[in-house]
Write a protein that binds this ligand. Structure first.
Ligand code: NZQ
Ligand code: ZN
Length: 389
């Protein structure tokens, strides 16, 4: 296990009706805020009205900016930055999923920066300041409610790029599992896939003697595997949603990667897919992860056997490690299909005509490698995408 320091400062407020506390949570930071949300789900399920009432109760003024699209766009971020600067707003409240939260984080960065906020996503600038952000989560998936990340898509050139900074930990995140009741089936599947992907990115490590975090990750994966089918049978199963929502936050709040080095190659490859084709992040991951596993499993067969046996209860073939590893990958694919995901690019309607372009863009013309478990150059990324077709 490697040495580490761990501090996740996001306050988690978990449970039924907890969104009614949002005004009180914001009050110590600001009296004038940006209220940021997506395409309208919060208006349809009544959450918007409750949030507005809670803000008014505390006398918190707000300017609203809705319309965040999945794979949040830079153009709307720029609009939010302009509003914050022009109106002197000093807090950003995100009500929604990972896209709304990431957009809010980007606005928080841009509001205290003179230049173009995209500079943080190209690596031209390192974040030095950000407005405080708070969130009310409506979908367990991206983990942005307690992460350092923000991923934004620049419509110009179809670039989807992340930035990470401790400044981007939300001050608080309100997690009411009942807010997820209104999610469509497809988004439930996408969210579950993303949670599993965050766990698998951390699981496949070259660092040895990480048994404790291995076991925590396995337990978190098993919780998702057990509860998501229950949710798909009954969308209003609060107890099952509670398990998945808390698992989704823990999967990505950095606890589970302490002392180890995660991979993240599949996430980087997925960002190339959703940057160009605008598919949901979880949908892209359902295609990339099994293909990545097929490409790299020989690098550490023992770890893949452990994954197969402990997470998917695969019967171990003691004479043939690779057979056991491959059974684990098949079990993952079968689970993803069972929860409504496509596990091939062709299933998403994506042809093989831009695979080279994605491999080239992702590796910056083969000048960088993706992932840590097995560093991937342009040719490797292309081969993985070909396996995914
Ligand atoms: O926009 P609305 O109308 O709210 O609808 C959304 C959206 O269409 C809908 N939805 C959300 N909650 C709902 C609901 N519909 C009904 N009832 C509810 N309770 O679901 C759709 C998807 O929402 P989105 O926010 O895009 O989903 P998700 O949370 O999966 O976020 C995906 C984004 O997060 C990024 C991804 O790349 C992607 O852009 N990620 C961010 C990370 C981070 N910041 O740490 C890490 C992740 O790996 C990921 O990359
Ligand atoms: Zn993800």
């Amino acid at each position: 296990m490697q040495s580490f320091e761990f501090n996740n400062p996001t306050k988690i407020i978990f449970g039924l009706d907890q969104e009614n506390k949002v005004g009180k949570e914001i009050a110590p930071y600001s009296r004038k805020i940006l209220l940021h949300y997506g395409g309208g789900s919060i208006k349809m399920n009544g959450l918007y009205d409750r949030v507005v009432a809670a803000l008014k109760d505390e006398g918190i003024e707000f300017v609203e900016l809705g319309g965040v699209q999945p794979n949040p766009r830079l153009s709307l971020v720029r609009e939010g930055v302009d509003i914050c600067k022009a109106q002197g707003l000093s807090f950003v409240l995100a009500v929604g999923g990972g896209s709304v939260i990431d957009s809010a984080k980007a606005i928080a960065l841009g509001a205290l920066y003179e230049g173009d906020v995209w500079d943080f996503y190209t690596g031209k600038e390192t974040p030095a300041a950000a407005l405080p952000v708070g969130t009310i989560l409506t979908i367990p998936a991206a983990g942005s409610e307690s992460s350092t990340g923000s991923v934004i898509t620049n419509d110009d050139g179809q670039w989807k790029r992340p930035v990470n900074s401790d400044l981007l930990y939300p001050k608080f995140s309100i997690l009411n599992p009942a807010l997820a009741f209104s999610l469509p089936k497809y988004q439930i599947g996408c969210g579950a896939t993303d949670i599993l992907a965050h766990l698998m990115e951390r699981y496949f490590t070259n660092v040895e003697h990480v048994e404790f975090t291995d076991r925590l990750i396995e337990a978190t994966m098993k919780t998702v595997l057990h509860n998501v089918p229950k949710i798909l049978d009954n969308h209003t199963d609060y107890d099952a949603w509670a398990e998945v929502m808390w698992a989704g936050t823990i999967a990505h709040n950095n606890l589970l990667n302490q002392g180890r080095v995660g991979d993240w190659g599949s996430h980087d490859i997925e960002h190339e897919i959703s940057g160009i084709y605008d598919v949901a992040h979880g949908a892209g991951l359902a295609v990339v992860f099994p293909a990545w596993m097929k490409y790299v499993h020989k690098h550490d067969l023992d770890r893949f056997v452990q994954f197969a046996v402990r997470v998917f209860n695969v019967e171990q073939d003691f004479k043939d490690k690779e057979e056991t590893a491959l059974r684990g990958i098949r079990a993952l694919e079968e689970f993803l299909m069972r929860i409504g995901m496509q596990v091939r690019l062709s299933g998403l309607g994506i042809l093989d005509d831009r695979l080279h372009e994605m491999a080239r863009k992702g590796t910056q013309n083969d000048t960088i490698t993706l992932g840590n478990f097995v560093p991937l150059g342009e040719k490797d990324v292309y081969e993985i995408l070909r396996l995914a077709i």
